[in-house]
Design a protein around this ligand. Structure first.
Ligand SMILES: NC(=O)c1ccc[n+]([C@@H]2O[C@H](COP(=O)([O-])OP(=O)(O)OC[C@H]3O[C@@H](n4cnc5c(N)ncnc54)[C@H](O)[C@@H]3O)[C@@H](O)[C@H]2O)c1
Length: 448
């Protein structure tokens, strides 16, 4: 099932649980703004190459829109749309003052040199700089992008708007990034796992883990599980997969990956079929790579008792039903991987305050946010007698709905009422024009 169809299906199910009015339901499903831009760059050999870049801004009821930028060959408008919607609910689940957005460029970053990636990122930023901003839409890294990508966006954006470190998060520490941001999504995944396991009277140190994806999220999750005494018995990435029933030495695997760029030929484990990882016998499965990997083809064969959705939408609704029947507990993405956007929020706050937190403060505050969100989800599960995914969706949708209900009350009939931030966006150029006119009149000493 395509990502947008899957996300919209979960949304509609949650809307029914909340008894949502069909007009508000429709308004929440339609994105605030969809941007599609052509990005043409010269390659290192002088030939031209064109890519398509997207930014979907889903909703800004709770604050500036927030979401990653992904570089991947399979980036398409429907997927970006679904991910932008998920960001709106995720920010609300984490209880941070943001709406949702997502972006991406359909390219294979592995096929581009560093200078080509820089040119592509700068051209993309030139095309969207008027539509992002510290209080409008704040991008962050996602699959195929990193702190370096954010540094290029920040630099290019600042050429147009002046020095603006808070326009992106996940940037290098020297440019205003937050301590703890790089590890935040993986760390949040581990805090979320601990909260879930505690509910079931279990702890990480007694369990076995299989992890799909060994990039930013997967490698941090693996490292922190390993540090807590959990046995990571299988790991895969785009280069292959390895397994060791006695537990993989994760720091060694990280060193191997760092030096060879691949999981292949790692001496501390045997190689396995990467497709087998998701159905490998383990207690906890953590997908940390692509969406839709758990589907009706393989869900019945999953052997894990718990699935922690570190990737975005790794489980489609058909797989959800099959897994529920098997008694597998699925911790949903809009909560499980919210550590990244939560520490992005801390980074944005630090940039606006001009004050840097130490790493301990970042990690402790993240743990508080993750634990509080888990209890809020559980409370929605009790109220609506539903599973964790619907608990998270109803929690995530509740606060934007309250916002719209409040602004629509007392609306003049026939007038379209938009969130105040929309008016701010539209009023700003008018105010700037007014100030410019006043300045010109003063210069010309005209009476007005
Ligand atoms: N980085 C963040 O802060 C963040 C936050 C929230 C959610 N996520 C989600 O987590 C997931 C991973 O993001 P990331 O930042 O770690 O990306 P990344 O690019 O750093 O890593 C992706 C990993 O997935 C692996 N991979 C790709 N295709 C694969 C395949 N077919 N089989 C197995 N492995 C494969 C890659 O080799 C790599 O190890 C994505 O779904 C992303 O949207 C990331």
């Amino acid at each position: 099932m395509n990502a947008l169809a899957a996300t919209s299906r979960n949304f509609r199910h949650a809307a029914r649980l909340l008894g949502l009015d069909s007009k508000v339901e429709k308004s929440l499903l339609i994105p605030f703004r969809e941007i599609k831009v052509e990005c043409t760059i010269p390659k290192d050999d002088g030939t031209l190459v064109s890519y398509v870049g997207f930014r979907v801004q889903h909703d800004n009821a709770r604050g500036p829109m927030k979401g990653g930028i992904r570089y991947h060959p399979e980036v398409d408008p429907d997927e970006v749309n679904a991910l932008a919607q998920l960001m709106t609910w995720k920010s609300a689940v984490a209880d941070i003052p943001y709406g949702g957005a997502k972006g991406g460029i359909g390219c294979n970053p592995g096929d581009l040199s560093k200078t080509e990636l820089e040119r592509l990122t700068r051209v993309f930023t030139q095309k969207i700089h008027d539509l992002i901003g510290v209080h409008t839409d704040v991008p962050a890294p996602d699959m195929g992008t990193n702190a370096q990508t954010m540094a290029w966006i920040l630099d290019e954006y600042s050429k147009f708007h002046g020095h603006s470190p808070a326009v992106v998060t996940g940037k290098p520490i020297d440019l205003g990034g937050s301590l703890g941001r790089e590890a935040a999504t993986g760390r949040g995944v581990v805090f979320a796992t601990e909260a879930l396991l505690a509910e079931h009277g279990k702890s990480i140190k007694d369990l076995t883990f299989a992890i799909q994806g060994f990039g930013n999220v997967g490698s941090w999750a693996a490292k922190l599980v390993h540090e807590r005494g959990g046995k990571v018995i299988a790991v895969s990435d785009v280069t292959g997969a390895v397994k060791n029933p006695n537990g993989i030495d994760i720091p060694e695997l990280l060193r191997h990956k760092e030096t060879t760029g691949s999981l292949k030929d790692f001496q501390g484990a045997e190689s396995m079929d990467a497709n087998e990882l998701l159905i490998h016998k383990c207690d906890v499965l953590i997908p940390c790579a692509l969406g839709g990997v758990l589907n009706r083809e393989n869900a019945a064969d999953v052997k894990a008792k718990f699935i922690i959705e570190a990737a975005n939408h790794p489980t489609d609704p058909e797989a959800d039903e099959i897994l529920a029947k098997k008694g597998v507990v699925v911790l949903p993405d809009i909560y499980a991987n919210s550590g990244g956007v939560t520490v992005s929020y801390f980074e944005w706050v630090q940039n606006i305050q001009g004050f840097m937190w130490d790493e301990q403060q970042v990690n402790n505050t993240l743990q508080n946010y993750m634990t509080r969100a888990f209890h809020n989800i559980k409370s929605m599960c009790q109220t609506h007698d539903c599973n964790l995914r619907m608990g998270a969706f109803t929690l995530g949708m509740k606060s934007p709905i309250h916002y719209y209900r409040n602004v629509f009350i007392g609306s003049c009939s026939g007038l379209e009422i938009l969130p105040i931030s929309t008016y701010q966006n539209q009023m700003l150029p008018l105010l700037q024009l007014l100030i410019l006119t006043l300045e010109i009149c003063c210069d010309l000493q005209l009476e007005i």
